[in-house]
Design a protein around this ligand. Sequence first.
Ligand code: PEP
Ligand code: MG
Length: 758
Amino acid sequence: MGPRHAPDLAAAGRRLLARLRDVMAGSGTAQDRLDKIVKTIAHEMGADVCSCYVMRAGEVLELFATIGLNPSAVHRTRLRVGEGLVGDVAAHARPIALGNAPTHPNFAYRPETGEDPFNSFMAVPILRGGRVRGVLAIQHTDRRDYDEQEVETLQTVAMVVAELVAAGELVDGRELSVADDLILLPSRLDGTSLNRGVGMGLAVLHRPQLTIRQMVADDPEHELRRLQEAVDGMHLAIDQILIALGERDGEHAEIMQTYRMFANDRGWLSRIREAIRSGLTAEAAVQRVQNDNRARMSQAADPYIRDRLLDLDDVTNRLLQHLAGRGDDVQGGTLPDEFVLVARNLGPAELLDYDRRRLKGLVLEEGSSNSHVSIVARAMDIPVVGQCHEVLGRVEPLDYLIVDGDNGQVFVRPAEDIQDAFSKSLLAREQRQREFAALRDLPAVTRDGVAVQLMLNCGLHIDLPHLHATGADGIGLYRTEIPFMVRASYPEVAAQQESYAKVLDAAGDRPVVFRTLDVGGDKTLPYFPDLSEENPALGWRAIRIGLDRPAMLRKQLRAMLRAAAGRELRLMFPMVAEVAELDRARRVLDLELARLRADGGTPPARLLVGVMVEVPSLLFQLPALLPRVDFLSVGSNDLLQYLFACDRGNPILNNRYDVLSPPMLRLLRDLVRACDAAGVPLSLCGEMASRPLDAMALVGLGFRTLSLAPPAFGEVKGMLRSLELRRVAAYLDRLLDGSDHSLRPKLRAYARDHGVKV
Ligand code: PEP
Ligand code: MG
């Protein structure tokens, strides 16, 4: 359609849409209209068959209307999603066009349909709100190759049918979402914790699908003008958000910059314009392009691509709002005082649109811990449950919800006793937070007088206020990759320098440990090749990339050196597996130092170089390693996965091995001893340091520096101040030779018996 195609075909598409509009506006039941629709499509597209399958409960596609197949098959022929060609279209939400369908391996022959004479087959998904609601198919007797134009026409037509299906007369919408009459019963949904904490409030569904009243337009020029006005309005609104964000937080501004880039994307806008020229209204055209995008999103295995498509979906939603004359105002005056946001997925900028004070929790059908929205939600300290697959089907607007981010669960319309239990636990939590806040200015010292340094883990500028709020002794791990992940291109040295300088400024006299880029594995960069490695955790990542692409590492080191001019710089290399890698990384650093001096720049007043202990091979090179480093920091998250050969991101293996197991703890004890003997400062910055019981074990083993996530400070400090260190050290020593799977139960009992607050 549009300028790419012959004008007569575009005109034919428009005529078909106009006919369908008449049918939709006509009288009769939904079934009558669907019957007329398939007839009209077959006639206008010159097909021998046109059939419409509608999704029913249990992921079954039922033949609802046909012209050309046996009428008695209607409401009898049913295919599971994934079964046959129709099921395949639904399973993958993408069209299929075949010249010789019966020979295709997925062809499922259904004798009752009488489809023997038909050879060619083309089908498209009926999509609405990113979900497959059915399949629309045409067939021809002769063997013919369908062209792109025909596929596009059928996809456009499928949008019209989607409106009919979504209206709920053919199949009650609730049939698809819930097990029939269970809808109003309380339920508990399981997901994955993407951020800890508990939140309660009334459900707000994020941007419920706008109802598009008019799909077909008579005057494409008018629609094009409306589109342009909406695009202009959206640009203005994005720019206003950017101005409002200003200097306040660089990363959010970067996210919005990415949006502006999408909003200007010629390909995206021209596809919308093409769809308008094919006869759709501006709203329908935007939705038509969004459907394609969402289908691509559900197919994209690469998490980065999914995130980018999600960003585009976000921009598309904004555009629809502008077309509806609603602007970007999602906060409105109508949001409840305390609400939980429910979405299929969400862009980080969309999350920022909501009033933080009223937003108590977030539930996503999708979402992963590395997605930007999770990173931002963590920084905002909002409990998040992701991978909660059924939530949109189970939750009605303003249902009461409890988000239990600690256990990855969501309670929908909870009974009163559950509400009471959570309210009490929330109150207790708030009380504890108040107690912890009172600890902020007290030293982290054990009862027997041993001081422990508590440092902060962070990686976004919006985390920096936590330095003050927690009373941290410094930043023990600054994960530099997060800003790299939210940008559309590699940040240049000046931008990096500015960003690192801001961190150093915020820390003042307190030390900051910058970790060089730890990307690769599941942390992909937009401007980096997608390697699709079979074993990403064991693949090309972190320092391996840095050494193989020294220009990138050099630029980052250059920025850090410049940012630290005249100040102390601590930098740390991730995932080092052998001393030779450290030597090579150091040579790169030396080159940059020499360059800085040659350029007349001011070098850091003091430069400390450390390495993360994450790969077990490093433990067998300590005699060579220790004299070469100024400090070491254990990355227990990765160390555990490499020690036990157990993928840290695989939910099936969740909690299979424990950091509080004898092998892990012995390893840590031996490392402490070796570092103490060599006089090398040692810290631990993995998640275990943020759990009070684990932290108790760590200080028992001799760790004197821990680096924690911001919310953990109070609990860990409270634990330390209630601990008699000598005793626990002696107790632990006795346990390390045992054969326990985990020492957690014994340590918990110890803490209870000795009044240690864990
Ligand atoms: C670790 O592996 O423990 C660590 C702190 O690094 P990351 O979690 O960023 O891989
Ligand atoms: Mg790591």
